[in-house]
Design a protein around this ligand. Structure first.
Ligand code: CA
Ligand code: ZN
Length: 301
């Protein structure tokens, strides 16, 4: 049985003042049971966004203290498994999300989880694409509400953060003080309407410090076949620039590729993607395929 935190052990802001709820060793698997981003407040199609107690949104389960993780270290969290809850909810509201001005009334749809798909009231069948929306570590000198994505992670709503991915952060506080929540059973790039298919569930993880990766531009994601930088900023333009610059920096410092060649390779083989454009800061990622550069196998380990 892996060390487990239940879904009542949540926090709403990443902060250096958080008290560890669980202590684990590096490479030790642990399980976090999570609430949906509305803390379970939206149960039926009749529960609209104006019913929400906004002090209890975007809960993350944790914090988890990883032994030996010291400020300045790069820590990678492997997502080993995701279990989704029994249903999901998606919402719209006037003024919210990219199409906010086209939306004249609030609406909630609760989607049933069928065996192989999400049931949108019989109107549409969506494939399950589980992902973790909020994931991060405590920043050293600030308190950041879980709804905001930044360098420490947070509400990045990045759909490649899923089973089989490793998410790297720079440790700012001893033990890292890790937490995650806000599972989506499906979400498209951009999350344009302001929510994904929001669900509860559980995540199985392990965290490990990678001394060779000191200086990695974080947050950073590694999957079986790609690496990706993630950058959040006030405008999507700034986020685009940040994600691109971080990938150039990564290819330059960790793969020995010149800046010019990195720009060429990224222009030919990389993908610039929106994670989300609806949260307090916008989040962009730059994906680069591993197979293009054999030297990227330095990361495997
Ligand atoms: Ca989210
Ligand atoms: Zn969410």
């Amino acid at each position: 049985m892996h060390p487990t935190l239940d879904a009542r052990t949540v926090f709403y802001s990443f902060s250096p003042d958080l008290k560890p709820a669980l202590r684990v060793d590096q490479n030790q698997e642990f399980i976090l049971k999570t609430l949906d981003c509305f803390s379970g407040q939206i149960k039926s199609d009749q529960d609209l966004l104006d019913r929400l107690d906004w002090n209890h949104v975007n809960p993350a389960t944790g914090p988890v203290f990883i032994s030996g993780a010291m400020p300045g270290d790069i820590i990678g969290f492997d997502i080993l498994g995701i279990k989704l809850g029994h249903d999901s909810r998606v919402v719209v509201a006037p003024g919210e999300g990219v199409p906010g001005e086209m939306i004249s009334s609030m609406e909630t749809v609760v989607l049933k989880h069928r065996e192989n798909f999400l049931d949108f009231n019989g109107l549409a069948m969506l494939p399950f694409k589980p992902m973790v929306g909020v994931i991060g570590v405590a920043p050293k000198d600030r308190t950041i509400p879980n709804g905001t994505p930044e360098r420490h992670g947070g509400n990045m709503d990045c759909r490649i953060i899923t089973t089989g991915s490793r998410v790297y952060f720079e440790v700012e506080v001893e033990g890292a003080l890790f937490g995650c929540g806000d599972l989506h059973s499906a979400q498209g790039d951009g999350e344009i309407g302001v929510s994904g298919a929001e669900t509860s569930g559980e995540v199985r993880l392990k965290g490990t410090v990678y001394p060779k990766l000191k200086g990695l531009p974080t947050p950073f994601v590694e999957t079986e076949d790609m690496v990706a930088t993630i950058f959040s900023a006030e405008s999507s333009d700034e986020a685009v620039r940040g994600a691109v610059k971080n990938m150039i920096h990564f290819l330059n410092h960790f793969a020995g590729i010149s800046v010019n060649h990195a720009a060429m390779l990224m222009s030919m083989a990389g993908n610039l993607c929106f994670c989300q454009v609806v949260d307090p800061l916008k989040t962009v990622r730059f994906e680069f395929p591993k197979k293009v550069l054999p030297v990227l196998h330095v990361l495997n380990g």
